[in-house]
Write a protein that binds this ligand. Sequence first.
Ligand code: SAM
Ligand code: DTB
Ligand code: SF4
Length: 326
Amino acid sequence: MTAPKTLSEVRELYARPLLDLVFEAAGVHRSHHDASEVQLCTLLSIKTGGCAEDCAYCPQSSHHKTAVKAEPLLETGAVLDAARAAKAAGSTRFCMGAAWREAGDGPEFERVLDMVRGVRGLGLEACCTLGMLTEDQARRLAEAGLTAYNHNLDSSESFYGEIIGTRTYKDRLDTIKGVAKAGISLCCGGILGMGESAEDRVGLLHTLASLDPQPESVPINALVPIDETPLAGRAPLDPFDFVRTIAAARILLPKAMVRLSAGRLSLSPEAQALAFLAGANSIFTGEKLLTTSNPGADLDAALLGSLGLKGRPPCKDDEPALAAQA
Ligand code: SAM
Ligand code: DTB
Ligand code: SF4
């Protein structure tokens, strides 16, 4: 069956009885992926805080007086030490995040290119999230061997203006187009629990599924409410809404890696298990994401162990790319 694509089809899909949706998503998952494997990814904040954007959810925005302390761009050596440690702990993808509105040109961007080359040289997938990019920057990241670029749409176009005032949905889509043009895989997802409606989630899913090419990776974040941000007091996300969105994403983007991202500490092991059944097939490991806490290695090993899941082996689909670089 062809995946539904119109907005009304996505709306109907999203509104189905939860267990029917999970059942169908589990089938789609199993026909496109090895359902016994979960890809383990590690995140590192390479440049923390002091960001010029006003994203209402974000601890790193300079518009909110949060507890996050701004730090300059890390040195390449420190980043590669972290990447080696991530690899030793079983991660196959290393994601570098910078609290930038946009990646500027100059020595800092050159350093990020060095980091990408170094991470790829370790045999890891390399992902970056640096804010808006020009087409030339995207091309240079591709040349350095970048596997994927993370640039989230976060929510529907109509809800976007309620959470971010310093950039538009179109700015986001323009960077996404430049990334695709440079031949870099796209990692693009959203945040649930910001006060958005079911219709906003439908809008986000429809936009993600309509991107051409579709994202190779879809991170689904549960809002981590941060003190002193405008979203600090948001009501906790209903875990079944989280699972419903994962299931719909799996059906609409059958080939993508669907990643359980921020906010896993607020999800029970049972909710995460249902999310894996519904087609999630990746997690971020380690005690810290960019600035927020994450379940540690022991908790995750116990969770995967009790579900009979295993970490995906290194660079399964990535060997030709690495061989071409050697
Ligand atoms: N500055 C870049 C950008 O915004 O594209 C990259 C870093 S930014 C922190 C990466 C993503 O983290 C955002 O797109 C957002 O989806 C997610 N994020 C940030 N704060 C969050 C929070 N409190 N809870 C859940 N997700 C969050
Ligand atoms: C994404 O969608 N989730 C990851 C990754 N992209 C960069 C990280 C989100 C963490 C945000 C909260 C923090 O600061 O830790
Ligand atoms: Fe945070 Fe990224 Fe928004 Fe900056 S652009 S405030 S780092 S989410």
